[in-house]
Ligand binder design. Structure first.
Ligand code: PLP
Length: 387
């Protein structure tokens, strides 16, 4: 059976250059980067080099990059770190209703410990208004956290405008940039973010490595306490293989982005146009233009997304119903609900996310299979009448 992977927002395969580059870390390069002897000295430059590659990609200084275990840890570190270190200045945090659980559940945790959180609404495209952020700022606001690109819809937030508002007000600004990295250019200076979260496995590096960007001079509490790794900001022996891989993946993504971005946009357009031409009653969720180049979120009327997902899986096509973190949950997506989409329309939503191995033939195959699967499911629905 043909296998087509279209769930790149959930995770990505390892980039071939990354696999070759990191193989020695499974064999001869095993030293602890903190060791002073030859085995430690041998591996330390790989960490330094990875830090430089990543800093280069997001226009940061290498010293502003802190390696963590994943995007979720980076979100936790940023938000709890600001909350606990700024308690004397205030206890108010601003975020949006469409954030990843890594942000939303961290905020919920802090609410139970006396912090106040404002969850800003979004418009029907999933975009928060910069003016709403400005108006929500109070004397006791210590942090604004707004994601760059939404993992479910691909909609982009007006990060530069929000960054300018935060800077003007003297409030720290954190952005979950996990889905944006490698897909669109990021400049932490232009965007005026103080803290940003990234994850290796979304950019063709292995799972288990993340980054927290911490602007120089931004001093926050640590999340993990222990040794003096990462200049005392994140304890624990470095994930050498993961870090080296993350650096190599960023180097490759940085080089490939100029060609890969328009290629993905073209394939996504072909897929969207093809679906709209072949299947009736389909709704595009998220912003039509201000979005990631690789992501489509579509609701298929009279079809349950779980059934659609299974039908496509049987034909070898891997897609997602909403986000990977919430799939398996019977609740409609909090992101789509916040956009004012009716619960039954949310429950018929499918996320299709393309990546560097997606080919023209993959799209043709989906366009062959999908109308048939949707048609079969609709024929079983008592509510569906063919137009
Ligand atoms: N933030 C966003 C927007 C994501 O899409 C994800 C993963 O799906 C995360 C955070 C969490 O990253 P990780 O899987 O590395 O913990």
């Amino acid at each position: 059976m043909r296998k087509v992977y279209l769930d790149y927002n959930a995770t990505t395969p390892i980039h071939p250059e990354v696999a070759t580059y990191t193989l020695p870390f499974l064999h001869e390069l095993y030293g602890n980067p903190s060791s002073m002897h030859w085995a430690g000295r041998e591996v330390r430059p790989y960490i330094d080099q990875a830090r430089e590659c990543i800093a280069d990609m997001i226009h940061a200084h290498p010293e502003e990059i802190v390696f963590t275990s994943c995007g979720t840890e980076s979100d936790n570190h940023a938000i709890k770190g600001v909350a606990y270190s700024r308690r004397d200045k205030g206890n108010h945090i601003i975020t949006t209703r469409v954030e990843h659980p890594g942000v939303l559940n961290t905020c919920a945790y802090l609410e139970k410990r006396g912090f106040e959180v404002t969850y800003l609404p979004v418009d029907s495209y999933g975009v928060v208004a910069p003016d709403a952020v400005r108006k929500a700022i109070r004397k006791d606001t210590i942090l604004i956290s707004v994601m760059h690109a939404n993992n479910e819809t691909g909609t982009l937030m007006p990060i530069e405008a929000i960054g300018a508002i935060a800077r003007d007000a003297g409030v720290l600004f954190h952005s979950d940039m996990v889905q944006a990295l490698g897909k669109i250019p990021i400049d932490v200076n232009k965007m005026q973010v103080d803290l940003a979260a990234f994850s290796g496995h979304k950019v063709y590096a292995p799972k288990g490595v993340g980054i927290l960007y911490m602007r120089e001079g931004v001093d926050i509490d640590n999340l993990i306490h222990g040794g003096h790794q990462e200049a005392g900001r994140r304890a624990g022996t470095e994930n050498l293989l993961g870090i080296a891989a993350f650096g190599k993946a960023c180097e490759a993504m940085h080089r490939e982005m100029a060609e890969e971005r328009p290629r993905l946009e073209r394939l996504r357009k072909k897929l969207l146009d093809g679906i709209m031409a072949r299947i009736e009653d389909v709704q595009l969720n998220g912003h039509p233009e201000f979005r990631l180049p690789n992501t489509l979120n579509l609701s298929f009327g009279f079809v349950e997304s779980e059934s659609l997902l299974i039908g496509l899986d049987l034909a070898g096509i891997a897609v997602s119903a909403g986000s990977a973190c919430s799939s398996g949950s019977p609740e409609p997506s909090h992101v789509l609900l916040s956009m004012g989409i009716r619960p039954e329309v949310c429950q018929s939503a499918l996320r299709i996310s393309l990546g560097r191995d997606t080919s023209e033939e993959d799209i043709d195959y989906v366009l062959d299979v999908l109308p048939e699967v949707v048609g079969r499911l609709r024929s079983m629905s008592p509510f569906y009448t063919k137009k």
